[in-house]
Design a protein around this ligand. Sequence first.
Ligand code: ZN
Length: 133
Amino acid sequence: MNKIEHIGIAVKDIEASNQLFAKLFNKEHYKMEAVESEGVKTSFFQLGESKIELLEATRDDSPIAKFIAKKGEGVHHIAFDVTDIHAEVERLKGEGFIVLNETPKKGADNKLVVFLHPKSTNGTLIELCQEII
Ligand code: ZN
């Protein structure tokens, strides 16, 4: 894994959170993007080589809606940049990590993404992401 690509934060109201985080970082988000398949609206802030991704649910059955119902707003996942996501999935499976989707799916921000179950990573949802070139 190369670096922390972004940290995902679940929020109830992405417009209000865009304003809050713009004040916190003293800069505006650089893009918003909906991922229909996941039922989320996302917003990205660039901080050096890492990003913050805000996530708001667009449906009641969205994983973000379920997360907020259970735990409230807050850090939802940490995403790590990888060079070869298929090779990483094979390696991590071999190490005993539980992979939630073995076939990488299209995530926000032009990425292929795979999630690891928090049960196998000390309670933290891990996202692997590889830039689609
Ligand atoms: Zn993410």
